[in-house]
Design a protein around this ligand. Structure first.
Ligand code: AVJ
Length: 329
């Protein structure tokens, strides 16, 4: 590979020399790229471009989770919110908060002006979301919280109860079970008896249907996957060439999960400042995401381990996706 092509991919204005890379990111990337199975956490998909690509994925014909969850929320939230009397909505991994609006509307219809605390790792995207919501919902208090829910973050305190904690989109599926239990345990610890936890889960089903959702014909998921390399180039000054990595997404039946990988198409060395040269042989991959698929029993196992119980389970008529309400045990 020519020197010219190697430098070509230091796009998006790589880290100016004076700016120190994020030490947590550096540590995670160093650990991930030196593991026997190279792996990087999916949170590094979500710079602005990554968040936009994900929004595009949610509109793809193959990607059923978002529209299925939205229909479930539309049909159930008015009744559920008036039953729970939720005054505050705390949402983990809020993103564009498009679906959260359905819950906020139901809170408003139930007479609660509502307080909304969206939590997300992408600060820029989150603040834009907050501005839009304040404009569209006069009187709604919006308090964005920039935090990485994959890490030991603090949930907000001193809230107006009943609080509804929401974790939508099936993003629980991105967590290996121990980490999923830690996250659910963190929510459980913040809940009082009148609070509830609402979670969206992608259900186990025909493997072809699941794999199609991560291998869309337009290649948007492939671009979303490769974008992680550009995020590393931008944040760490590395010189990954996304054109030399192929998108791979397959269903692993034993662990009931989608695995997404970036497969190097050539033998190559990638320079990552402060880490060194990372070598790849042709065919070697970086795992960039797992997306676990669940059923009622596997969710009950996670909930029980975290001190929660399933209070309500609502799958869509096609059993593609489900909403589950959890209460503290
Ligand atoms: C946003 C994490 C729920 O796992 O289905 C979409 C992200 N990855 N296409 C998922 C994703 C590939 C999505 N979540």
């Amino acid at each position: 590979m020519t020197e010219a092509s190697k430098t070509k991919w230091v796009s998006r204005a790589a880290v100016p020399a004076h700016r120190q890379p994020n030490p947590r990111m550096l540590a995670e990337v160093a650990a991930g790229l030196s593991a026997p199975q190279k792996e990087l956490p999916p949170k590094y998909f979500y710079d602005r471009r990554g968040s936009e690509l994900f929004e595009e994925i949610t509109r793809l014909p193959e990607y059923y989770p978002t529209r299925t969850e939205r229909a479930l929320l539309e049909s159930w939230m008015p009744a559920l919110i008036s039953q729970l009397g939720s005054r505050t909505l705390v949402e983990l991994g809020a993103g564009s908060a498009e679906k959260s609006r359905i819950i906020l509307r139901a809170m408003r219809a139930a007479g609660a002006p509502g307080i909304y605390l969206p939590i997300d790792v992408s600060a820029g995207f989150l603040n834009e979301t907050a501005t839009r919501l304040r404009r569209d919902y006069p009187g709604l208090t919006v308090e964005p919280v920039v935090a990485d829910i994959a890490e030991d973050f603090d949930l907000p305190h001193g809230l107006t109860h009943p609080v509804l904690y929401a974790f939508l989109g099936g993003t629980i599926g991105n967590f290996y079970p121990p980490a999923a239990i830690r996250l659910l345990g963190r929510v459980r610890a913040a809940m009082d008896p009148s609070d509830r936890f609402l979670m969206g889960v992608d259900l186990r089903k025909d493997v072809c249907r699941i794999e199609a959702a991560y291998n869309d014909s337009q290649g948007v998921t492939a671009a979303f996957n490769r974008n992680m390399l550009l995020v590393l180039n931008h944040e760490l000054g590395s010189n990954f060439d996304p054109a030399t990595f192929e998108h791979l997404a397959f269903y692993e039946p034993v662990t009931h999960r989608i695995e997404m990988h970036l497969v190097s198409t050539i033998d190559q060395e990638v320079r990552v400042p402060n880490i060194g040269l990372v070598s790849f042989v042709a065919g070697e991959s970086i795992r960039t995401e797992i997306s676990c698929k669940h059923d009622r029993r596997s969710v009950a196992e996670l909930f029980t381990a975290a001190g929660l119980r399933i209070e309500a389970w609502r799958p869509d008529p096609g059993a593609l996706f489900a909403l589950v309400v959890g209460a503290a045990v």
